[in-house]
Design a protein around this ligand. Sequence first.
Ligand SMILES: Nc1ncnc2c1ncn2[C@@H]1O[C@H](COP(=O)(O)OP(=O)(O)OP(=O)(O)O)[C@@H](O)[C@H]1O
Length: 515
Amino acid sequence: MHHGHVLFSEVVETSAALAATRSRLAKVAALAELVRRMSTPAVVSFLIGVPSQGRIGAGYRTVFDIAPPPAEQPGLTVVEVDEALGGYASIAGKGAVQRRAAALTDLFGRATAAEQDFLRRLLTGELRQGALEGVMVDAIARAAEVPVEVVRRAYMLSGSLPATAVAAREGESALAAFRLEVGRPVRPMLASPAESLPEALAELGACVVEHKLDGARIQVHRSGEQVHIFTRNLREITGTVPELVELVCGLPCESVVLDGETLALTDDGKPRPFQETMSRFGALLGAEGDTRSLLLSPFFFDCLHLDGVDLLDEPLRERLAALRKAAGDHVIPGVVEPDEERAAAVLDAALAAGHEGVMVKSLESVYAAGRRGRAWQKVKPVHTLDLVVLGVEWGSGRRKGLLSNLHLGARDPEGGPPVMVGKTFKGLTDELLAWQTRELLSIATDRGDWVVTVRPELVIEIELDGVQVSPRYPGGVALRFARVLRYRPDKDPAEADTIDAVRALLPKGGTPTPP
Ligand SMILES: Nc1ncnc2c1ncn2[C@@H]1O[C@H](COP(=O)(O)OP(=O)(O)OP(=O)(O)O)[C@@H](O)[C@H]1O
């Protein structure tokens, strides 16, 4: 055993073993084995498919152009690879391109063929496996012999699995020391779909019914004059949303953490299309044009900290009181403890205003960061699925030269590749067609004359009438009357809907052919 020096090849082998098994227990055991022996948190980073430095700016092109003859025998340790990547990331200034290429060539030359392949996928982001996060939490608990709940909470508050693993090895008290820190984002609490509004009300008892606005999630941290704003994925966007920073600076408090939704409104106060809000959030939908002149409005619905007091573990009732104190005018519309009739009126009003539906939240619930539980339930009349784009067909006629008919996949809950469930070219505007043609070509893995296959990275929200049994697709189900609602650049493929969720929409009595 290489105590303290996990070999890079062991990470590569474990990663392959994870992909090859569907057994969660086997995955946990394999991960725990390496976590137990790790001498650097980079072991955890590599296993979840990210360099410990985060994105280090090696393009797809670069990593495939650099292909020195592989080493015969594995010899690299995880520490060595981590240091080499850190060195690569820090190269800047004159001759950086050549020096970076030389650094990668050196690293790749010391790697076996399997290790080179792993490095390429690590550097292009292809290995990133959000689906493994839950398994890794279990593995860290197992390796350190501490309760999984304590590990999960530490992860929610730190947002970092490598940091959580390091603390876990120091013991339970190191894990318990993670606190909500103003300036450091926590993973947002999520909602489950409700059967219906009356059922949600009955299940939750004392609750608040709020508009469910169709914008982008934001988490705002302010300490004095210091403001940080994060997306749903905990990406910091402070620099791109000056109007929100200014507004938050003006709130009547010293320090605060707020959770909310932001969107651009039309002059008469109706929501603008989701694409327009997203485009303000950078890259994805081509921020060119006059989108910068669209001002974003925030609508806050939760308060996790106010003036030195942490509120994560307080019931929503208390957090709402703090929210009203801190953000008065910018609180999302909603009604506390409505009767059934009043709640129905809130839903009607939300839909009439052009919003998605309502959220029903238990007033007794704590803020369960990162969890999708029953304490928050969403009620929306239109059925949608978040699916992964797997490929796309070239259009014909008016759409000649454009990538049009999308191939859609549902997530395999066991972490395998997405399962194709249908196609659609409906609902695409001219702008979206032009955008997706550019974007999909840039992530193409195979450019056929008919179908372009892409890396499964983009999540798209699809509206549908239902699903049906279909022997033509590998999951045994196909979407019926699918149409594009919008791309979801704020979601990772790991958060797409699963094949099980798709099958759950089958009419009762329909049995899909097993895959
Ligand atoms: N009043 C509200 N309270 C909480 N979340 C809200 C509210 N209004 C809008 N939202 C948005 O709804 C999302 C919660 O729904 P959900 O947990 O299903 O996330 P999601 O998977 O992005 O959902 P969907 O695909 O339905 O938008 C939040 O992430 C937030 O962006």
